[in-house]
Design a protein around this ligand. Structure first.
Ligand code: UD1
Ligand code: CA
Length: 458
């Protein structure tokens, strides 16, 4: 089957009024990726090499977004929304290139899995002209019903056109179809609009094809994979299902999730075996974790690379460009942005490291801040191997601490420190014998005098 070429036509022209949003419906995200991009991924995983995106509502925004999530896709604007068949025909130029298989998919069905599409393509390879992906929703109301006779699909009837008898059918149209490229345009062009809604229904090609004695069949997909998103409650439902699937995959691939339901992945999170993720951890986009890392509770991680055996959190925030090398440690209430923490370096408590390198084996004391920003520009802090930064130091960038450099606690470091030097960036301590006692006595007698004066007033 791999030799058969495949075009995926993804319908995404609808307005999605029920989202109540300025953003086109299919650009709302699941796991940090627009739902239509999930559809594109599934199409590609099922072997589609051609991608045609039918857009309409918010066309400019859609084109801009598509250039990012599907740079290879061709976009086709459907100016008037006259129905799903009319929408597919908008991509006529792509379809007429002569693909073996044409997969018609909806942009608002983000959980569709590649297996369901692959199965439909297999039926085409076996000789079917039209394969409809069906499913059995708990409540079929609103869906097109699949009318079968002797194992063949003879028609799809939209809810509004169904007889009372037909409404009792539980097997429904998920909306997606695989059509043999050789027949696709001929079938689509034969669709009319004489129905309850006056629309050109894609589903009519079933009746048209079976009247021509072409082979038309239905396959069955899970309810979840056919879930269409119309409002934000359904969006959250799809997110929950997506997360559940991802957690399951992570655990089966060797990742320990102590409380899986509290860990949230992004569409592109990569996480290696023997990593342990404690409860309440959030992964934003662009996170790669090698094996054997420990991610402690309540950490928020995005755009970060974490090498083997690193230790992160609890309550760590890794922002884009955080690059933790082997056995690096970033502890509680630390924020790291655009910085390399080299092998075995430790940033253990209450620290901000931004635009910096922390050399291998260096130790960053509690409360250290890289002052990387002057309100206009960002500057770099370079901390050498084995350096020791005393607690509560401010490193005012641009600044370099040499290998083995030693910074006294509480320093404000404005000048670079050479290798193995000790730097104090604070006033020297002065100790005056007996002065503490003297002060205490003076303050006590002043307070007593004040109290006495207040008493005399009454
Ligand atoms: C469609 C199916 C129905 C199926 C259901 C599954 C048809 C005629 N009906 O109904 O059998 O059970 O999906 O969810 O296909 N679109 C366009 N341009 C148009 C019309 C629609 O791009 O002119 C897009 C929409 O944005 C949407 C998709 O096509 O992504 C489906 O259209 P929609 O109107 O939601 O179809 P349903 O009535 O849900
Ligand atoms: Ca719909």
């Amino acid at each position: 089957m791999s030799q058969r070429s495949c075009l995926s036509v993804i319908l995404a022209a609808g307005e999605g009024t029920r989202m109540k949003s300025a953003l086109p419906k299919v650009l709302h995200q699941i796991a940090g990726l627009p739902m239509v991009a999930h559809v594109v991924k599934a199409a590609e995983a099922a072997g589609a090499s051609g991608l045609a995106l039918v857009i309409g509502h918010g066309a400019d925004e859609m084109r801009k977004a598509a250039a990012k999530f599907a740079p290879k896709a061709e976009t086709f604007e459907q100016e008037k929304r006259l129905g799903t068949a009319h929408a597919v025909i908008a991509a006529r130029a792509a379809i007429s290139k002569g693909y073996d298989d044409v997969l018609v998919m909806f942009g608002d069905t983000p959980l569709i899995d590649a297996d369901a599409l692959t199965l439909a393509r297999r039926r085409l390879a076996e000789g079917a002209a039209v394969v409809v992906i069906g499913f059995r929703p708990p409540n079929p109301t609103g869906y097109g019903r699949l009318i079968e006779k002797d194992g063949k699909l003879t028609a799809i009837r939209e809810e509004k056109d169904c007889s009372e008898e037909e409404k009792k059918i539980g097997f429904c149209n998920a909306g997606m179809m695989a059509v043999a490229g050789a027949h696709a345009l001929k079938l689509l062009d034969a669709v009319g609009n004489k129905n309850a809604k006056g629309e050109y229904y894609l589903t009519d090609i079933v009746e048209i094809a079976s009247a021509q004695n072409l082979d038309v069949v239905a396959t069955e997909a899970s309810f979840e994979s056919a879930l269409g998103i119309n409002n934000r409650a359904e969006l959250a439902q799809a997110e929950a299902i997506w997360q559940q699937r991802r957690r399951h995959d992570a655990m089966l691939s060797g990742v320990t999730l102590i409380a899986p339901e509290t860990v949230f992945f992004s569409h592109d999170t990569e996480i290696g075996p023997d990593t342990i993720v404690e409860p309440n951890v959030w992964f934003g986009p662009g996170v790669r974790i090698a094996s054997g890392a420990k991610i402690h509770a309540f950490s928020h991680i995005e755009g970060a690379t974490i090498a083997s055996n690193c230790d992160v959190g609890p309550f760590a925030r890794l922002r884009p460009g955080a690059d933790l090398r082997n056995k690096a440690k970033v502890g509680n209430f630390c924020e790291v942005k655009q910085a390399v923490i080299e092998d075995g370096a430790k940033v253990n408590h209450l620290t901000y490291i931004g635009d910096a390198r922390v050399g291998a084996g260096a130790n960053i004391g509690a409360g250290t801040i890289t002052c990387n920003y002057d309100g206009y520009s960002k500057f770099f802090t370079d901390i050498g191997e084995g350096a020791f930064i005393g607690s509560n130091s401010s490193l005012v960038a641009p600044v370099t601490i040499g290998n083995g450099g030693y910074i006294a606690s509480g320093s404000v470091v404005t000048e670079s420190v050479p290798d193995d030097a000790l730097a104090f960036g604070r006033a020297r301590q002065k100790t005056i014998p007996g002065k503490g006692k003297e002060l205490r006595e003076r303050f006590a007698s002043a307070a007593a005098a004040k109290k006495k004066a207040a008493g005399a007033d009454h």
